[in-house]
Design a protein. Sequence first.
Length: 229
Amino acid sequence: MSLGERVLDLLFPPKCPFCQKILDDPRAPLCPACQLRLPWLEGKAGERRVDFAESCFSPLAYRDDVPGAVHRYKFSGVRALGKPLALLMAQCLKDHLPQGADLICWAPLSRKRLRKRGFDQARLLAEEVGRICSIPAVPLLEKRRDTQAQSELTEESARRANARGAYALLPGIDLTGKRVVLVDDVVTSGATLSECAGLLRMGGAEGVWCLTAAQARRDGKSSAKKEEK
């Protein structure tokens, strides 16, 4: 740890992303209590089928204290929460895909939403997961139009229609023979990820594996605030 990082830890002690208590060990991604009580997804429970992808992996279910952590990260501008979330995602990826991949990318925000939020939460997660797993994180996709928040749509068919045609491969992308990991923060219906995965396969990817911090119910119901992409 650098001197600058030690000073920051003294001024702003790292907190558990889920319960927000100050961590006894600043290097830990979460506190011991949350380690025991979080809704972990193990084995097949942490896998979700997504069209055009081999699978989608998630370390956590989107309930209990998980939605609050995701919201603080995305909507309250607490970018530091991206690191502990990415650490959990990276371990999940290693557990489910030990052979690794060639590239890691993300489902990007539209320009309008990026200006509003100030940062792309999926990109930060992908870059940190890539750093931990030694997989190059590169931009492969763009969102060509702003869409209605997926959480506002209850029917899976409506979610798929909302995402259809919203994304595109960046010009000149050739993924022939590449194994690609596609990152987002939460998967619900899988409409966004399947749209992006289909484009990556069209670009020549040999296989696409999706990775998210959490897995929500397919019907989108939750006690948490609504999500938006």
